[in-house]
Design a protein around this ligand. Structure first.
Ligand code: AMP
Length: 504
């Protein structure tokens, strides 16, 4: 039987809080990490969002906090503002029995002054993003002398976002006898190196996940020579010309490069990497799900949170470093009984890498038959890829909470005032505070103006055409609400026509 919280050496007070929150049993990562951290060990833990990893480090931190000392005792580094807020919420929830506890969130994009004042009041726990934390340390505003434990949360994403150097600098400010916990979903070489550096004797915690069933996925490989990787990618895409395709790269620089290259040539494409803020991630995914974006280029780190039904094709533009990652990537196609195709692009002579993967999966990859596109040059292929008729996405500023339903949106578009035919309308997705609707490319501006002029459920909502790399604001620029508040008439960059969808 699974152990209880009582068995993890948590204090009775914390155990009571946990039960009060309705957590009946600890999750696997909690079972492993809590006793180790309470015993003072460094840990390196494999964890996904939703595994309960926040409580796995928050509970031991809280147990060690001396609330009557008004000095900084624990530091948590997160890759994004969203995660910082999420960790902050969980920490406060679990710390509600600690009277006098101050948990402070310090992130970039906000004025420094109030953060400084709050630090001076003596928070015991600080959670934040590396850039801003380093800034406070370097200015001597934040005193690291009494820090007992530091947590690197979603460490792979922090590296993916280019925070590696900042993290290292922050660690150098901390006392030598501190405890270090590192959590990450993937373990590329860079994470292993960082762990060796900042926690040489860490206990490794890996959580077994159930094996993916790959039996519904056709696994193929496509070999290419040194100079024609893009050509090979186009051939792989052209082998399934009408479905959605998810393309994995090992680095976000590659993600950007290919997105740009394909987009410039009119292919329906967007990117999904660790630099995107939550709001943009939601938008890109909504557009991918409703087929406004046909090809999505992603890194593993970003791809983790990605669950798209009916994905026809997964392409490994770069082979992953680890066979486990391969399985995880291709497991995104062929879900729920549907058949999927996975194509791995293999540089001539890199057969050893493929063999390692084949050994791990126990299946041999077939060679992709691309004879149909073999005679085509890159330009012709790109032209063909750009020809597939696509959809465009409109975001409407009302959702479930406004009692907006699919039928209302359909009605607004097809009714007397709407004038669109139902053939021109694709998937409608209703979220809490907003909705997305896909419409045919040709009717997009018409549909946007009709929605803006008319009413849904007797109310006026704002409709915006969303999409495209260049239509996206720079990272860190705004929150969900700011983005909603901005009016398209005032030059909201999101409202521009997606540059990638137009043919050159
Ligand atoms: P996390 O993986 O830290 O993002 O946590 C995912 C969610 O699970 C959070 O909403 C936690 O509040 C919740 N949670 C954490 N530990 C437990 C547990 N042992 N039992 C039930 N829920 C939990």
């Amino acid at each position: 039987m699974q152990p209880s919280f009582e068995a993890l050496q948590l204090s009775p007070a914390l155990t009571a809080v946990v039960h009060g929150l309705g957590y009946t049993r600890p999750t696997p990562i909690q079972i492993e990490a809590i006793p180790a951290l309470l015993a003072g060990r460094d840990v390196i833990g494999q964890s996904q969002t939703g595994s309960g990893k926040t409580a796995a480090f928050a509970l031991p931190i809280l147990q060690g906090i001396e609330v009557d000392r008004h000095e900084l005792q624990a530091l948590v580094l997160c890759p994004t503002r969203e995660l910082t807020a999420q960790v902050g919420r969980e920490m406060r929830k679990l710390g509600r029995g600690h009277h006098g506890l101050q948990v402070l969130e310090l992130v970039g994009g906000q004025p420094s002054r109030p953060q400084r004042d709050a630090l001076e009041r003596g928070a015991q726990i600080v959670i934040g993003t590396p850039g801003r934390l380093l800034d406070h340390l370097e200015r001597g505003v934040m005193n690291p002398g009494s820090i007992k434990i530091v947590v690197l949360d979603e460490a792979d994403r922090m590296l993916d976002m280019g925070f590696g150097e900042d993290v290292r600098k922050i660690i150098r400010f901390l006392p030598h006898d501190r405890q270090t916990a590192l959590f990450s979903a993937t373990f590329p070489g860079a994470i292993e190196a960082m762990s060796k550096e900042v926690q040489p004797d860490a206990l490794r915690i890996t959580i077994e996940t159930p094996d993916e069933d790959l039996s519904d996925i056709r696994q193929l490989k496509l070999c290419f020579g040194t100079n024609d990787k893009l050509l090979a990618l186009c051939r792989a895409l052209q082998s399934q010309p009408h479905g959605s395709a998810l393309v994995f790269c090992n680095q976000k620089a590659t993600v950007r490069e290919i997105t740009k290259e394909l987009g410039r040539r009119g292919v329906s494409v967007d990117r999904f990497d660790g630099d995107l803020e939550q709001f943009d991630r939601d938008q890109v995914l909504a557009r991918f799900r409703n087929h406004s974006v046909r090809v999505l280029i992603a890194t593993d780190v970003a791809g983790r949170g990605l669950d798209v039904e009916g994905l026809d094709l997964v392409i490994n533009y770069d082979l992953p470093e680890q066979a486990e990652v391969y399985v995880h990537r291709i497991g995104r196609t062929g879900r729920a009984g549907a058949n999927g195709v996975a194509i791995s692009m293999v540089r001539d002579g890199a057969d050893r890498d493929i063999e390692a993967i084949e050994e791990f999966t126990g299946q041999t990859m077939e060679i992709l038959d691309h004879s149909a596109s073999k005679h085509l040059r890159l330009d012709d292929l790109l032209k063909k890829l750009a020809e597939v008729p696509g959809m465009e996405t409109i975001m409407i500023s009302g959702g479930r909470k406004d009692k907006v339903r699919k039928g209302d949106i359909l009605g607004a578009l097809t009714g007397e005032a709407g004038g669109l035919s139902s053939k021109e309308i694709g998937k409608i997705e209703i979220q809490d505070k907003l909705s997305y609707v896909a419409v045919s490319q040709g009717v997009i501006s018409d549909a946007v103006s009709r929605l803006n002029a008319g009413r849904i459920k007797g109310k006026r909502f704002r409709a915006t055409h969303v999409g495209g790399e260049e239509a996206r604001p720079s990272p860190r620029s705004d929150s969900f609400n700011d983005a909603l508040k901005r009016s398209p008439q005032k030059g909201n960059p999101r409202s521009r026509i997606a540059p990638f969808r137009r043919k050159p």
